[in-house]
Design a binder for this molecule. Structure first.
Ligand code: ZN
Length: 143
């Protein structure tokens, strides 16, 4: 089976592309590379049953250059939306992680990669059932 990205992952990446067409994509990613595979568990690894990947990495430089640095605000808007949008499982950015476990407050991320150059977003199983628009102000929210 050919691996594919979950529907919510495709939708969110599209919103980044639509809002920031000139963004740097160097640190983008979705499917696990050798580094992820070596770590053993990652939402970048396709699920064994349906070969679905439930995570994306988005390069920090949405402006196509380092300034203005908008990803801290976007990551925070994602975090706030995640309180009600159950498709988001957790977010890692700039040495911090937010998930339902921390009641969507940022806490220190202790993994090897601090995620200074990209934002990691993991999705729940709902992330393949619902491809609706993410209501994120910096990513084209309409309400
Ligand atoms: Zn990642």
């Amino acid at each position: 089976m050919k691996p594919r990205l979950c529907k919510a992952g495709i939708q969110l990446r599209e919103q980044f592309d639509d809002s920031f067409p000139d963004r740097d994509r160097t640190s983008d990613g979705w499917i696990a590379d050798a580094r992820h595979l070596a770590q053993g568990t990652s939402d970048h690894i396709p699920t064994p049953d349906k070969a679905i990947v439930f995570a994306i990495d988005v390069d920090r430089d949405v402006s196509g250059k380092t300034k203005p640095d908008l990803m801290p605000d976007i990551a925070d808007q994602l975090r706030i939306l995640a309180k009600t949008d159950k498709r988001i499982k957790y977010i890692i950015f700039a040495g911090k992680i937010a998930s339902a476990k921390s009641l969507w407050r940022w806490r220190t991320y202790t993994g090897i990669n601090k995620h200074d150059h990209h934002c990691h977003i993991s999705f729940t199983s709902k992330g393949d059932q619902d491809s609706s628009f993410f209501q994120i102000p910096l990513l084209g929210a309409t309400k």
